[in-house]
Design a protein around this ligand. Structure first.
Ligand code: PBG
Length: 328
């Protein structure tokens, strides 16, 4: 009988071998925790479609941020859920607005213990729910929106954000925000560009998380899931405009894009495992259809393997705990 010349199974024979040859492994420093702060909330509010995730009060947010430091996470990304909305999203540029106050409070809690990031987008603040302001005919006005993003970036930096995350997919947003930050003396505030952001059905649960007012869709500014070449263009433009990190979003349905971006980017690459990805695994696990913990680890590992240097995931703290306990 002829024996196989190659036996890849040799390196899989027991946990010690498998640990030795693992090509990627999870570390808390590469995990970023997205969090929601709800204006006027007396208690944290459960988000039904994201079991285990809440809209925080200022106090519960501080506690979550402190835990993130304790676990050694890389960063925290803050989203604001304001009480009042208007056509211009004015709460976004108000230093007393829910998000800017939350940035200040988290920053004072964590200091340099982790990187404090904030979502730089208008959809949480507008009464129509779009990521920008509208023209009279109801289209999203790119350049008028850029002016507000510039002010929003400065307000967030002034509140203490270490890194701002423009997620509205307006053309030229990174350049305009970079310039405004520099002019206001915030040269050290970094920009995490949501560079390749697709118009995705998997954002569904997020809309509940931020009490979204949107009717309609974001197809005139977010990318068509059919397109790969366009992602390369978006990423190149953001790099040219001065992005410090570039992100691909969503993650799991776009691992090919993530791999391609990792190959062309000369800055660190991030990926956002979004609300719908979280909800799918939680829902299947709640039904007993998949092993929750294994599915979580596998999903985040696959995002790292595809090329992400860091991952935004609602499981960041839980994964951090598992890593600390030596469970994974
Ligand atoms: C826009 C924004 C969205 C998400 C992050 N930033 C929603 C959207 O583009 O519709 C989605 C995050 C998630 O689904 O977890 N401010």
């Amino acid at each position: 009988m002829a024996f196989p010349t190659h036996r890849p199974r040799r390196l899989r024979q027991n946990p010690a071998f498998r640990r030795l040859v693992a090509e990627v492994r999870l570390h808390p420093a590469e995990l970023i925790l997205p969090v929601f702060i709800k204006e006027g909330a007396a208690e944290p509010i459960q988000i039904t479609s994201m079991p285990g995730v809440v809209q925080h009060t200022e106090d519960s947010l501080k506690a979550a941020a402190a835990e993130a430091v304790e676990l050694g996470l890389g960063g925290i990304m803050i989203f604001g859920v304001p009480e009042h909305h208007d056509a211009l999203g004015s709460g976004a540029v108000d230093p007393d607005g829910v998000l800017n106050r939350a940035i200040a409070s988290v920053k004072s809690e964590v200091g340099e213990g982790l990187v404090v990031m904030s979502d730089l987008c208008l959809d949480e603040f507008t009464d129509h729910g779009h990521c920008g302001v509208l023209t009279e005919s109801g289209a999203v006005d790119n350049d008028a929106t850029l002016e507000i993003y510039a002010q929003m970036g400065v307000a967030q930096a002034e509140a203490g954000a270490d890194m701002v995350g423009p997620s509205g997919m307006m053309d030229g947003q990174v350049a305009v925000i970079r310039q405004a930050l520099d002019e206001a003396g915030h040269q050290d505030t970094a920009i995490l560009a949501y560079a390749a952001k697709y118009s995705s059905a998997f954002y569904g649960p997020f809309r509940e998380a931020v009490d979204s007012q949107l009717s309609g869709d974001r197809k005139t500014y977010q990318m068509d899931p059919a397109n790969r070449r366009e992602a390369m263009l978006e990423v190149s433009l953001d790099l040219e405009e001065g992005a410090d990190l570039v992100m691909v979003k969503p993650a799991m349905s776009y691992l090919d894009i993530l791999r391609d971006v990792a190959e062309i980017s000369d800055v660190p690459v991030s990926a956002y495992q979004i609300s719908g990805e979280y909800a799918m695994i939680e829902a299947a696990a709640a039904n007993g259809w998949i092993d929750r913990d294994k599915a979580i680890v596998e999903s985040v590992l696959s995002i790292r393997r595809a090329g992400a240097d860091s991952v935004l995931t609602y499981w960041a703290a839980e994964l951090g705990r598992w890593i600390k306990e030596g469970r994974i």
